[in-house]
Design a protein around this ligand. Structure first.
Ligand SMILES: Nc1ncnc2c1ncn2[C@@H]1O[C@H](COP(=O)(O)OP(=O)(O)OP(=O)(O)O)[C@@H](O)[C@H]1O
Ligand SMILES: [Zn+2]
Length: 834
């Protein structure tokens, strides 16, 4: 037998699989999706098996053998292997990169697989009566534990038996990875094997041994092993009572390996399905019907903030579980709050695995194992959870589908929403895209005039009302130019100031949003106009108050706060712009004693800090939650009655055609945090451009007004959803070489387009162009980490085979990339244009 293997060499010549022989001893273990070690030139490298077959076209003697198999169960399913191929074609990346992104980081570390005998199965051992089984058992028990390789070396013929013992749980695998991967060991109490004696043993105990009786009683009722600490907490007993039972030999104490569960110490009260509102029922019906029929359909669920989308998700998932199918829920990383997790764990309990980047590598790996061993049916996670190795997928839900963070910014630059739709299509699963502010791309598809696409199968579902008829909060737009005219130079308008004061008096809570962290966003000399920039990037440095240092938000460079102008030595160096730190400062000056929680990248680096702040706020230990966009999403706190946006223009002024859309989304989301429960809410938006349509329509909660204007603009300028984009960024340390190369890159593409007969934009309005190339021009941030950056943007219609051109053009510069350290980064459907 042979295997086609994609080897871990990200270079152009290896974007194809190589043939390897499967040695007999590994026949049992090599499947599509297996990770293997193979020799490649002088080295041994990792690779993924993408096909297993019988006849190779190559001369048998020339084909090398697979050296090892790296996991006892293939980490990828055949379906995911195919999906990786699709990703590499769609997003123009190496196939190995797409395969690697699908497996948890812990698997990539070096580790050793130890097999040992499971204490949990001791009683059933007698059932294993085949001589082969007994031989294996004797060997392993004798050794205590043994590596997989050693076992195979001694019993090369016994692959099938080893596999069977693993699958039935008699053998357990522990992965001893240099320090961090060993599974947690937990002291566990095993109830007596013979429960019939338990009653009489309890009789024997004197009245003083009340605790011991309770423990036995509990074990009698549950007859399951339970970790010592958990039992002690549950029954409120000390360890000594357990010890005396163990000393009598009535119960047994043993260390066993358990999953590291970040939510182990938290209980999630079980919730029951809520009775749907009329709107919820009416959107649920078609979803439920598609799930039951196993029909692929994409539902765009446009529901205003507080309309109860989550309950629709929950009951749709239930529908899926009832069909014995699995579900994936994607949420943006920053809204993966304990509150969100609680809602899913509360409904589905142990059936839920959670994946996000704040888990340790070990925790992540354990959650992933639960998925691949089919111990859970639901996964909730950030972007990469779209690759959960389920095999009976019924539904994928993407909450806040408009979020830019679903796009991965490094290779593979995939969009989780589009990957989800593709995955669901291949599995006849349904997709729910939920948002109060759907992206233009999804909305355009759903209203049925999208880019012509045979497979498009969208359906628009709308929930226009909040649950229980709660009103949308009134929004006041404050023109900051007027404030200035009236002599108010503070960052708080008079209206917002009064509103905060009122909340303090009434003991209600306030959420304040400012999308810029740090203290001051730039430092400028009033005498000569010099601004302090990063020496490695073309961007100004931000002043951070705590460290009293200036910091670059792109490369992390820092320098001490200057006291005179570095250029003209004048003392009139001043701090401009407002960041979250400055707002915090200002609040405590204006409202002495005010309790503020600040949440931004600087206060949430520590593990668990994000949750800690939100819990403090929920427990009303603070009056104000102040932060960057992380405070805008998903929060559902009953006492929040005021939302203030300090500067709505920060996003609006970004050099990005989506600036208007992003502003509308952010304002709508953050406004949606107010008045979600009994207490009515109120919103203040401070801005220098109150007339802008994004701000106007957000303040009126009018998605349709916004989208009509925005669609017209996109159409006239030839942007998505009418055209698709590919952004190519070239970077190099030498500007001259870079400019030359960027120009020749663009000529190359034009040449290839002409050869392919693609109609290019010429300014002639009689022809509808298929492709327009803008650039090369300097990128919005022309230099990062000492590398100059130039970009060109390809706008194109439909598929038009443009990605093929880009692939060819990029390959043409491969040598230059290797020899001259030129970098070419290709971003298909880019979300960030810098
Ligand atoms: N059928 C129902 N009956 C009673 N209460 C409900 C019902 N559905 C949802 N709710 C409650 O209404 C509130 C808002 O619901 P939810 O948070 O799901 O809204 P959402 O649409 O997800 O909002 P957002 O987009 O702002 O996050 C929650 O407190 C939720 O428990
Ligand atoms: Zn920098």
């Amino acid at each position: 037998m042979f295997a086609k293997v994609i080897v871990d060499v990200p270079a152009k010549q290896t974007n194809r699989p190589f043939d390897y022989k499967i040695p007999d001893v590994l026949l049992e273990w090599v499947e599509v999706g297996s990770r293997v070690a193979v020799s490649f030139g002088p080295r041994t490298l990792q690779g993924f098996v993408v096909e297993v077959f019988e006849q190779s076209d190559y001369e048998a003697s020339k084909i090398k053998s697979i050296e090892h198999v790296l996991d006892l169960e293939p980490p990828l399913t055949p379906e995911l292997v195919e999906l990786a191929h699709w990703i590499s074609e769609t997003y123009l990346c190496h196939e190995i990169t797409a395969l690697q992104v699908m497996i948890p980081g812990a698997l990539k570390a070096k580790y050793e697989r130890q097999l040992s005998w499971s204490p949990l199965r001791e009683e059933e051992e007698a059932l294993l009566s085949f001589p082969e089984q007994n031989q294996l058992i004797a060997h392993i028990k004798n050794k205590g534990s043994v590596t997989f390789e050693a076992l195979l070396a001694i019993f090369p013929e016994q692959g099938p038996w080893i596999k069977q013992l693993l699958r039935t749980g008699f053998l357990i695998e522990s992965q001893i990875v240099k320090d961090r991967m060993a599974k947690k060991k937990v002291l566990t109490i095993f109830p007596p094997t013979d429960l019939s004696q338990l009653a009489s043993q309890m009789e024997q105990l004197s009245d003083k041994a009340k605790r011991q009786k309770e423990i036995l009683q509990f074990l009698l009722e549950n007859s399951q092993p339970i970790p010592l600490t958990e039992l002690m907490l549950k029954l409120d007993v000390g360890a000594s009572a357990v010890k005396s039972l163990a000393d009598k030999g009535w119960v047994e104490l043993k260390e066993i390996e358990v999953y590291r569960d970040p939510y182990a110490n938290r209980s999630f009260p079980r919730t029951q399905p809520l009775l749907f509102t009329e709107e919820q029922q009416q959107v649920f019906n078609p979803i439920s019907e598609a799930v039951r029929a196993s029909r692929h359909q994409v539902f765009l669920l446009h529901g205003v903030t507080g309309s109860g989308k989550t309950e629709v998700y929950l009951q749709s998932i239930q529908q899926c579980l009832d069909q014995d199918k699995e579900a994936i829920v994607l949420v943006p990383e920053i809204s993966l709050t304990p509150q969100m997790v609680e809602r899913f764990k509360g409904r589905f309990g142990d059936k839920v695995a959670v994946l996000h980047s704040r888990l340790s590598q070990g925790e992540r790996y354990d959650e992933w194992r639960k998925i691949s061993l089919k111990q859970v049916m639901v996964v909730i996670g950030a972007r990469s959870a779209v690759f959960a190795p389920f095999t009976k997928l019924g539904l994928i839900i993407i909450d806040e589908e408009h979020e830019a963070s679903y796009k991965q910014e490094e290779s593979p630059k995939y969009h989780a929403r589009d990957v989800a739709i593709e995955r669901a299509r291949r599995q006849n699963a349904s997709v729910i895209l939920g948002s109060a502010t759907p992206s233009l791309e999804s909305y355009y598809q759903a209203i049925g005039t999208g880019i012509p696409n045979e497979d498009s199968n969208y359906k628009l579902l709308t929930m226009a009302e909040r649950v229980q008829g709660r009103p949308m909060p009134p929004v006041h737009i404050v023109d900051m130019r007027e404030e200035l005219k009236e002599g108010n130079r503070s960052m708080f308008s008079r209206g917002l100031y009064k509103a905060i004061e009122e909340r303090l008096n009434k003991k209600e809570q306030t959420v304040l949003l400012l999308n810029r962290r740090g203290y001051s966003t730039f430092v400028m000399c009033r005498t000569c106009g010099y601004t302090v920039g990063c020496p490695h990037c073309d961007i100004s440095l931000t002043y951070h108050q705590n460290s009293k240092r200036l910091r670059c938000h792109y490369c992390g460079y820092t320098e001490p706060q200057p006291h005179e102008c570095p250029s003209c030595k004048s003392e009139h160096i001043r701090y401009f712009g407002t960041g979250t730190q400055k707002v915090e400062d200002e609040l405590s000056k204006l409202f002495p004693g005010i309790r503020v929680i600040r949440m931004d990248v600087d206060t949430t680096t520590e593990k668990g800090s994000h949750e800690k702040w939100l819990n403090l706020f929920r427990d009303r230990k603070a009056d104000v939650l102040l932060g960057t966009q992380m405070v805008a999403k998903g929060l559902d706190f009953p006492d929040v009655t005021l939302v203030g946006v300090i500067a709505a223009d920060t996003v609006l002024n970004l050099p990005d055609f989506r600036a208007g859309e992003r502003t509308f989304q952010l304002l709508t989301q953050v406004a949606g945090r107010a008045g979600r429960h009994q207490l009515p809410g109120e919103v203040f938006i401070q801005t220098y451009t109150p007339e802008h349509y994004s701000i106007q329509s957000a303040s009126q909660h009018d998605y349709h007004a916004f989208i009509d204007t925005e669609l017209d603009l996109r159409h006239s300028r030839g942007y998505p959803p009418y055209y698709r984009l590919i952004l190519v960024t070239l970077s190099h340390e030498q500007l001259a070489l870079l400019v030359r190369t960027a120009e020749s890159y663009v000529s190359r593409i034009k040449e290839l387009a002409r050869e392919a007969g693609i109609i290019m934009y010429t300014g002639n309005s009689n022809q509808v162009p298929e492709l327009d190339i803008m650039g090369p021009v300097a990128s919005p941030i022309p230099r990062i980490k000492d590398r100059y950056r130039f970009q060109c943007m390809l706008k194109y219609r439909g598929e038009a085979h443009i990605s093929n051109l880009v692939r060819k053009a990029t390959a043409f510069f491969d040598d230059l990339c290797r020899q001259q350290n030129l970098q070419i980064s290709v971003d298909v459907d880019p979300q960030l244009l810098q």
